[in-house]
Ligand binder design. Sequence first.
Ligand code: GLN
Length: 279
Amino acid sequence: MDIETALKKGQLILKDNKIKSAELDSEILMSQAIRKDKRYIILNYNKKIKKKDLKYFDFLIQERVKKKPIAYLTKKKDFWKYEFLIDKNVLIPRPDTEVLVEQILELTKNKASMRLLEIGVGSGCIILSILKEKKKFFGTGIDISTKSLKISEINSLKLGVNRRLKLFKSNIDNFNIGKYDLIISNPPYIKKNFLKCLEKDISFEPVEALDGGIDGLEETRKIIIKSSELIKKKGYLFLEIGFDQKNKVKKILENNGFYIKKVIKDLSNHDRCIVSIKI
Ligand code: GLN
């Protein structure tokens, strides 16, 4: 079978199974199966596919039919300016979270050197994007998942910032190392009962990265309380929040000695990030 026929077939199967971006997905999965880029595919529509590659392509299409996210099938995701290694042990980086990176860079543009802590480092996409841009910044990342720490370590090596990053397996309650100029976290903030209402794709992602307990704020609360000890005076805390959590999170911050500097909206105009400063 040639590339074009296989692509069309894949597309049709995805469409029949109500996958929205059938055309694009089929192309991405073909690229993964034959280990060539999009340009090669377009220029070689009539080329025959090796049997082994076709079998892999069919497998990928069937996985996508089950709604497995593309990033878990290709094991990578572009975020900010870089490509990150991704697997089922880490949350897939979201374009909305790039807003957080943009704001951190904006608010620290005149700072020469800073010590950063990311709580729940996952793939490392946030802290590593910052370290890559700011050559004199030093980062610490903690996570409860050993597998996610492995992924963030590989990503730090890929980006060449590993010498400026320390990783620790720890939950926030037990972490007591260092004082930081800036703390970042995209914690799990979805209400437990709401998790099953989300799109099927999300059920493939690690529940520890999504489940924010009964009110969605259990982890956020812990992070704020602990950050107030780990942060230096006048240090920044950047928190990603759910679209309806602004007022509640503001209150928790204020009760723990933080002053609200800014609330940032995401690409869909929802409140997505609160920037606060330790008084
Ligand atoms: N933004 C993610 C989502 O909507 C949630 C991530 C999180 O809980 N931190 O799926």
